[in-house]
Design a protein around this ligand. Structure first.
Ligand code: SF4
Length: 402
């Protein structure tokens, strides 16, 4: 990287700091987006917004934030809500451990801090789901503490301003960015300054920088060198994985079988139709029969192929083959079952923590992975009221269990 012999550059950077912070703060005052958590900066609002905005586009984040606040207006309300409600409000944002950690953190705040969000950065950091960046963001934005925030936007702006020419998330660039962030932070103005840096990265110093609109253009080294589009230096991208998977819908007496994924799983706590990856040499039909047997102990066969759903996640792209299923006459683990005449005895779960035979119109009350929600909406309508004829086989009342 370009040498900031930081020891000698410290003075230069400190002298330069007001030249950066002044125009930046002025620009922020004029151009900041009117985001809902910027009205009053309540610690609860700042916390929820910071967790929601991880891996989420701003527009989507605002929609989810408003819906969340309407449903759960306080930390006490989050702590008192059951997990189904939390996961339902989070459904579609992905990375569900964030929602489960929010829930745990709210309970911790009630138990250890009397329901008041802690202001001490160590206490904030001790809450479940809060890492170094989020703790710094809450401490500075909600409590106006002089702590710099470093997210991808800030890394990009600083890498361009100071022409840092090595990978920003690795040493030595990472240390330089930390030092620069400390030196540039105007004391007593961390709330506005941190947001201004991140806002500049989000609106102006974007992947394709709009330097003509930038309040820092006259100071920017990479712009001056004509290489802003080559900064920041990023690690090589890992290719997106393609995943072929299956899932199956099994109905009994107009109730559908769903299971709750294990807590430590990628969609932990969400409810799904059983299924999994297609193994090498398997057809989708073979895969769904195998998966159902492995995950529930139910022997099933394909009644009809319903659809193929394609869904993109951050690091992989799934092609999900979806089937309507029926029980086979011989169901060794679900003894006493006769296909088409009775519902199986309780499943033998191996990939889930709970199971239900649920009425389709109640599915919207359960958090589901995005591809499974698409399938449920396709089959039963968004309100769960319009079951397709292919799935409705009249059968007796099933046993319930978790
Ligand atoms: S001048 Fe251009 S590259 Fe430099 S900080 Fe501003 S927008 Fe980014």
């Amino acid at each position: 990287m370009k040498h900031f012999p930081l020891s000698s550059a410290d003075q230069l950077t400190a002298a330069l700091a007001p030249c950066i912070s002044r125009p930046l703060l002025l620009w922020f005052e004029q151009h900041k987006r009117p985001l809902p958590w910027r009205q009053g900066y309540s610690p609860y609002h700042v916390w929820i917004s910071e967790i929601m905005l991880q891996q989420t586009q701003m527009e989507r984040g605002v929609q989810y934030f408003l819906r969340w606040m309407k449903a759960l207006p306080s930390i006490a309300a989050v702590a008192a809500a059951d997990e189904e409600r939390i996961l339902c409000l989070w459904e579609g944002l992905g990375y569900y451990s964030r929602a489960r950690n929010l829930h745990k953190a709210a309970k911790q705040i009630m138990a250890e801090h009397g329901g008041v969000f802690p202001s001490d950065v160590k206490a904030i950091r001790a809450l479940p789901g809060i890492g170094e960046y989020t703790a710094a963001a809450i401490a500075s934005i909600a409590f106006e503490q002089d702590i710099p925030c470093i997210d991808a936007n800030v890394e990009r702006v600083l890498a361009r301003l100071f022409d840092i020419d090595s990978i920003v998330k690795q040493e030595p660039a990472a240390s330089s960015i930390r030092s620069l962030s400390q030196l540039l932070l105007p004391r007593g103005k961390a709330r506005a300054y941190n947001q201004a840096m991140m806002e500049l990265g989000a609106l102006i110093c974007t992947k394709k920088p709009r330097c003509t609109l930038c309040p820092l253009a006259t100071l920017c080294q990479s712009k001056h060198l004509g290489i802003a589009d080559q900064r920041p230096v990023l690690p090589q991208k890992t290719p997106v994985r393609l995943v072929d998977a299956v899932t199956g819908v099994l109905l009994c007496d107009k109730r559908v079988f769903i299971q709750k994924r294990l807590e430590n799983d990628v969609w932990g706590g969400l409810w799904e139709f059983p299924g999994g990856k297609i193994e090498q040499g398997e057809s989708p039909e073979q895969a769904i029969a195998r998966e159902f047997m492995e995950e529930t102990g139910f022997a099933v066969r394909v009644k009809q192929k319903i659809t193929v759903i394609r869904h993109n996640y951050t690091s992989y792209r799934i092609t999900l083959h979806c089937f309507a299923l029926e029980l086979l006459p011989a169901n060794p683990k679900a003894q006493g079952v006769q296909a088409g005449t009775a519902c199986p005895k309780p499943p033998v779960l191996t990939a889930a923590s709970a199971w239900l035979w649920e009425l389709p119109h109640k599915l919207p009350h359960y958090g589901q992975p995005a591809a499974h929600r698409k399938l449920a909406d396709m089959l039963f309508g968004q309100q769960g009221q319009a079951a397709l004829p292919l799935l409705s086989a009249p059968q007796p009342e099933p046993a319930q269990g978790q």
